[in-house]
Design a protein around this ligand. Structure first.
Ligand SMILES: Cc1cc2nc3c(=O)[nH]c(=O)nc-3n(C[C@H](O)[C@H](O)[C@H](O)COP(=O)(O)OP(=O)(O)OC[C@H]3O[C@@H](n4cnc5c(N)ncnc54)[C@H](O)[C@@H]3O)c2cc1C
Length: 443
């Protein structure tokens, strides 16, 4: 057991505490039997405080593949394995049915946040493809749950942010792919209305879609952007002797936190304009490798250091389709006006599918933007936006959050009561806790 400084990907907040690193299931059961409250940690790729507590159990050594059937794509693996390791060593010819924008997350983290990808509109969230999970509950009991067996525990643990117990292993249905390439289409949209129109019109025809939004574009072009659509490419469109070969590389790593002055508004405005113009020129279809299509940010190791030592918040909200465009416009306009504002954002559409009691996606739009934490005055500013999002019927994503207030959270998530009933049954002494659960009244 070591005392160390712990932080999520946004670098805020920071907690100093003890971390235990069990090597196998028996050691994990030993951790669960201890009376002190604690929290499972994956690879700390949630941005805020969902992965933080003063006593943590790192799941990263529980990373074995337990079974894989290459004819059906059914995989059972310990929850501490990362998606990167799965893609590298295990699953040639198969891919994740849903993947977040980084492969450096664990299976347990993907289940606990019920993560979404660029295909939520067509395929739903990660939890939909989880056939079963094995958990170690407070007190050390090992239980298996699924939609048909212990379904209340299953629905609470999927999207449950680690508060039901340790997820020891996950059985996941993968999807077959014929190549490690994508057919990518780029379509520019000159305003937010145009971008949203393109996302909606193309939803039925393309499995993957996402838009990059320019939050510094002037006047009526504010919210202009580039929509990227994608499909897995058939093998005969890939000019390679091994169409299934994945190139999983990190090209460069940011060595140190960068000085904050590098992220000035004029330089970012010029950068955004350049990206938009280049994207608009490259509009059309191309065959691209799968890895940069899904994980563009993974090409730069530790890119979170570009925001400096004080870190940043990633602000991600979902708003219902009805009234959603206006709500998104309002959030973008307010973020753009903030002095150390958001420079760019990502916009996607969600279907209405909901896997867990606390799952984030709701049918409509989701917008995510990075906000540098130059000083703490941004916190009350974002909390005010939170209230507007709640009034519009929307919600904040817990895997990115560090600042949401309890009453606003309660207005956003109708599944809280059902979640807490199950939590009280399986963890009556509230042994699984996080800074987030204490802040939001989930402890
Ligand atoms: C660059 C980047 C891009 C991202 N893109 C997306 C995206 O497109 N879509 C999306 O949905 N998310 C996205 N995320 C967020 C990320 O997918 C989630 O926060 C995910 O939960 C992180 O997994 P992790 O293994 O790092 O878990 P951690 O961050 O360590 O933990 C996250 C939560 O899971 C719990 N947990 C982890 N492992 C276990 C376990 N074995 N048992 C019980 N509880 C556990 C923790 O207690 C905590 O509450 C992105 C993050 C980054 C850094």
């Amino acid at each position: 057991m070591r005392r160390e400084r712990m932080q999520g990907w946004g670098g805020f907040p920071v907690v100093v505490g003890e971390r235990t690193v069990p090597e196998d299931a028996d050691a994990l059961v030993g951790c669960a039997r201890r009376p002190e409250p604690r929290l499972a940690q994956g690879n700390l790729r949630s941005y805020g405080d969902a992965c933080l507590f003063e006593r943590a159990t790192s799941m990263l050594r529980l990373d074995r593949v337990l079974a894989f059937d290459p004819s059906s794509g059914l995989l059972e693996a310990e929850a501490g394995i990362t998606l990167d390791a799965l893609l590298r060593h295990v699953v040639k010819g198969w891919f994740l049915p849903v993947t977040p924008g980084t492969r450096h997350v664990t299976l347990g983290g993907c289940v606990s946040a019920d993560v979404h990808g660029k295909n939520h509109h067509s395929s739903g969230s990660f939890g939909r493809y989880v056939e079963a999970i094995e958990m170690v509950l407070a007190g050390g009991e090992r239980v298996r749950c699924s939609r048909s067996e212990g379904s209340d525990l299953f629905r609470a643990a999927v999207g449950g942010m680690g508060l039901l117990g340790y997820i020891l292993s996950v059985t996941l249905r993968l999807r077959p792919i014929a190549s490690a390439a994508m057919v990518k289409r780029t379509i520019p949209g000159g305003s937010l209305d145009e971008v949203c129109g393109i996302l909606e019109e193309t939803e039925g025809a393309h499995e993957y879609s996402v838009a990059w939004i320019d939050c510094l574009a002037p006047g009526r072009t504010l919210g202009r952007g580039l929509v990227y659509l994608g499909e897995h490419a058939p093998a005969d469109r890939v000019p390679s002797r091994d169409p299934l070969h994945l190139r999983l590389r990190t090209a460069v790593t940011v060595p140190l936190p960068l000085p904050e002055c590098l992220l000035g508004r004029p330089s970012m405005r010029a950068f955004n304009a350049l990206v938009f113009r280049r994207g608009a020129r490259a509009a059309g279809d191309e065959i691209v490798p799968l890895v940069p299509f899904f994980y563009p940010l993974d090409a730069v190791g530790r890119w979170n250091r570009v925001y400096g030592r004080r870190g940043f918040l990633q602000y991600q909200v979902a708003v219902p389709k009805r009234g959603g465009l206006e709500a998104v416009r309002e959030v973008i306009a307010r973020l753009a006006a903030w002095r150390s504002g958001a420079f760019l954002a990502v916009l996607k559409t969600f279907s209405g599918a909901q896997e867990g009691f606390l799952s984030f996606p709701l049918g409509g739009y989701t917008l995510a933007a990075d906000i540098p934490l130059r000083d703490r005055s941004v916190i009350p500013f974002l909390r005010e936006i939170d209230r507007g999002v709640a009034d519009a019927g929307g919600r904040v994503y817990l895997a990115k959050d560090a600042i949401l207030e309890r009453e606003v959270f309660e207005a956003m998530y109708p599944g809280i009561e059902a979640f807490l009933r199950v939590r009280r049954r399986y963890d009556p002494e509230r042994r699984f806790r996080s800074l987030l659960s204490d802040r939001l009244g989930l402890t």
